[in-house]
Design a protein around this ligand. Structure first.
Ligand SMILES: [Zn+2]
Length: 343
C-alpha cells in the first residue's frame, strides 16, 4: 500500500500521526481529532478540476476546527474550494461539522434520507427529548440501574453543540453514481452500523470509501435503538457479505488508517459477531439475567462510569440479544422489574 506525505508534514497531535496524508488519485485523508477513545475520524478531500468534495468533515469541537485550519493552510485549500460535502452516515463524529463547512463554503450537503431522519430525531426540533425518553425507557426495561440511566440524558444533550450549526441537506441514495476525484463512484446501501449509511465504490480504481461499515483494527458498533427495527445485526452481517463481493484494492474507512484486504476484514467482523452471539448464549445458559447484566459481563470495567461507552455497549448487547431471540436461542421473561433472558 503506497501513500505519501505531502506539504510540511504537519503532525496532528494524534499518536504522532500527520494531520493529513495524501493518497494517489487526488484523495487527501484528514485525521480530525475526537474527544473519545476513537481518537480521530477520517475526513477525505477528493480533488477535481473544480476543487474538492469533502466527505465526513468530523465532530464540531474547537480541536477539530483548529486541525482543519492547519490542514487547509498547509495545503492552500480555501473554503471556496470545497464545492460539495458528502456524508456516509449520520453519526455526530462524521456529520457534526457539515453545517459549519456549509456556512463557509456554500457547498451543498448530501446524505441519505434515512440517515438525515435520524439526525432530526436526535438533534431536531425537540432537541432529542423524545429519543432520550425512549432510550432511557428501553434501557430501564432491560435492567439498567436508574443512576446509570440518569447519566444518559445529559450525555445525549452534549452532542447538540457538537453538530451545530446543522446543514441544509439534499438526498442521495444507493444505486446512484457520483463523480468525485475525476472518478465514478457507486453508492451502496450499508446498513447495520447506521441505518441509511452509504459506501462509495470506484470500480475503475477498486477503491471503497466505507464509512464505519468495515474498520481495519476495531469493530464497528452495532446498536439496537428504540424506533428502529430490531434486526440491526442481521442487516449488518448481510451487508458485510454483500460488500465482500466487491473487488477492493484500497479501502478508506471512517476510523484508523486506509487498508487493503477489505473482503477478509469483512469476514473477520462477521466472525467476531458470531463468537459474541455464542458467548451470550453460554452466559445466559449459565445464569439467566437482564440485557444489562449481559452487557456488564461482556464489557464490565471497561465501560463503568462512562456514559458514552455505556450507551454503545448496552445497545450493542441488545442488538445481539434480539438476534438470538429471532433465532429462537433465547427466551425473554417479563418480570416485575423488567425483562430477563434465558438460553
Ligand atoms: Zn458511525
Amino acid at each position: 500500500m503506497t501513500s505519501y506525505e505531502s506539504g510540511g508534514n504537519r503532525l496532528s497531535g494524534i499518536a504522532g500521526r500527520p494531520a493529513a496524508t495524501a493518497w494517489p488519485g487526488g484523495i487527501l485523508q484528514v485525521r480530525v481529532p475526537l474527544p473519545f477513545s476513537l481518537k480521530w475520524v477520517n475526513s477525505y478531500l477528493l480533488r477535481d478540476e473544480r476543487g474538492y468534495v469533502l466527505i465526513d468533515p468530523g465532530l464540531h469541537t474547537d480541536e477539530a476546527v483548529a486541525a482543519w485550519k492547519g490542514v487547509m493552510d498547509e495545503h492552500a485549500i480555501g473554503f471556496q474550494d470545497i464545492h460539495t460535502i458528502m456524508l456516509t452516515h449520520q453519526h455526530p463524529d462524521h456529520y457534526g461539522l457539515a453545517g459549519w463547512f456549509q456556512e463557509r463554503s456554500g457547498a451543498p450537503v448530501y446524505i441519505s434520507a434515512e440517515s438525515y431522519a435520524y439526525t432530526q430525531r436526535l438533534w431536531g426540533d425537540d432537541g432529542g427529548a423524545a429519543f432520550a425518553a425512549d432510550l432511557t425507557a428501553l434501557y430501564t426495561q432491560h435492567g439498567m440501574p436508574s443512576q446509570v440511566v440518569a447519566a444518559l440524558g445529559p450525555h445525549l444533550d452534549s452532542f447538540i453543540a457538537k453538530v451545530s450549526p446543522q446543514p441544509q441537506v439534499q438526498f442521495i441514495e444507493a444505486g446512484q453514481t457520483v463523480r468525485m476525484a475525476e472518478t465514478d463512484w457507486q453508492l451502496i446501501d450499508a446498513p447495520g452500523h447506521a441505518g441509511g449509511q452509504l459506501c462509495f465504490y470506484a470500480p475503475d480504481k477498486r477503491w471503497m470509501i466505507c464509512g464505519d461499515q468495515v474498520l481495519p483494527t476495531i469493530t464497528p458498533n452495532i446498536s439496537a435503538v428504540p424506533g428502529e427495527d430490531d434486526r440491526q445485526l442481521k442487516r449488518f452481517l448481510l451487508s458485510l457479505r454483500e460488500l465482500a463481493c466487491y473487488e477492493v484494492e484500497l479501502a478508506f474507512p471512517g476510523h484508523r488508517e486506509p487498508f487493503e484486504r477489505f473482503g477478509e476484514r469483512a469476514a473477520e467482523l462477521a466472525a467476531h459477531h458470531e463468537r459474541r452471539l455464542e458467548s451470550i448464549v453460554l452466559m445466559l445458559r449459565e445464569s439467566p439475567g437482564s440485557a444489562y447484566s449481559v452487557c456488564m459481563r461482556l464489557f464490565g470495567e471497561r465501560i463503568a462510569g462512562d456514559a458514552h461507552h455505556m450507551r454503545f455497549a448496552m445497545s450493542e448487547t441488545l442488538a445481539h440479544i434480539y438476534d438470538l431471540e429471532h433465532k429462537g436461542l433465547l427466551a425473554r421473561r417479563l418480570q416485575e422489574d423488567g425483562i430477563t433472558y434465558v438460553a
